[in-house]
Design a protein around this ligand. Structure first.
Ligand code: NI
Ligand code: MN
Length: 226
């Protein structure tokens, strides 16, 4: 899998020849002005929850690409009512798509649309493709349930964890989360976009390094291979 950081909690994942966009919040993000939104390709759009900083660009992207939106059932119903293609799931469920499998995990957060519509429970996802396994935590606190992930799916090749604090885990809790999910490689996200989640990159990296966990912070638009 090739994972490109699109800023905030937005990711582009190339998996088995398919393009997956996660939580598109690109056009309102001043730090992501160099990302050419109109050039993004998507076969699927994966959504962790309904907050504006995760779904802002969903309708424009889904209309332009005819991508299938994968999310919890409430978010899927919200977009299906707007005529978009959706695949609803719910916490704990796994499904096989043409790029591999997605398993929906527990995330401890909240979830409502900007217009007040209930967004269901927030989720993380584990994507398995090309013989690799990546956990995308979504917006979440540190939770004991994360310990179930290695028990239920096995070894992770990468954990993508929020590290910005205030709305989600900060680096210290996220480093414990990495231990809970038994991940040695972490990609940090959900930081620096807004003043309350601006972090010191060196300090965050040190927090993980002290537990022998490697934290990657990608420049917006940069990629890593798993
Ligand atoms: Ni959120
Ligand atoms: Mn968020």
């Amino acid at each position: 899998m090739k994972i490109t950081y699109l800023g905030h909690a937005s990711l582009a994942i190339e998996a088995n020849g398919k393009q997956i966009i996660v939580d598109p919040f690109i056009t309102p993000n001043d730090l992501a002005k160099h990302i050419e939104f109109d050039q993004l390709q998507a076969d699927y759009i994966v959504l962790t929850h309904a907050h504006q900083d995760h779904v802002y660009d969903v309708e424009a992207l889904a209309k332009a690409t005819e991508a299938i939106i994968i999310s919890n059932a409430e978010i899927a119903a919200y977009y299906a009512a707007k005529g978009l293609n959706t695949h609803g799931m719910n916490t704990g469920g796994k499904y096989t798509f043409d790029f591999g499998t997605i398993k929906s995990t527990i995330a401890f957060h909240s979830s409502s649309f900007a217009d007040g519509t209930y967004g269901g429970d927030p989720n993380g996802y584990i994507i398995e493709s090309d013989g690799k396994r990546v956990y995308i935590a979504g917006d979440t606190a540190l939770t004991n349930e994360m310990k179930l992930i290695p028990l239920t799916v096995g070894v992770l090749d990468l954990a993508i964890l929020p590290i910005g604090d205030n709305f989600t885990m900060g680096a210290e809790d996220a480093a414990i989360a990495a231990e809970f999910v038994a991940a040695k490689h972490v990609l940090g996200y959900h930081y620096d976009t807004f003043p309350p989640i601006t972090i010191n990159h060196e300090e965050a990296t040190q927090v993980f390094a002290s537990k022998n966990i490697d934290l990657t912070l990608l420049a917006i638009g940069a990629s890593l291979a798993v």
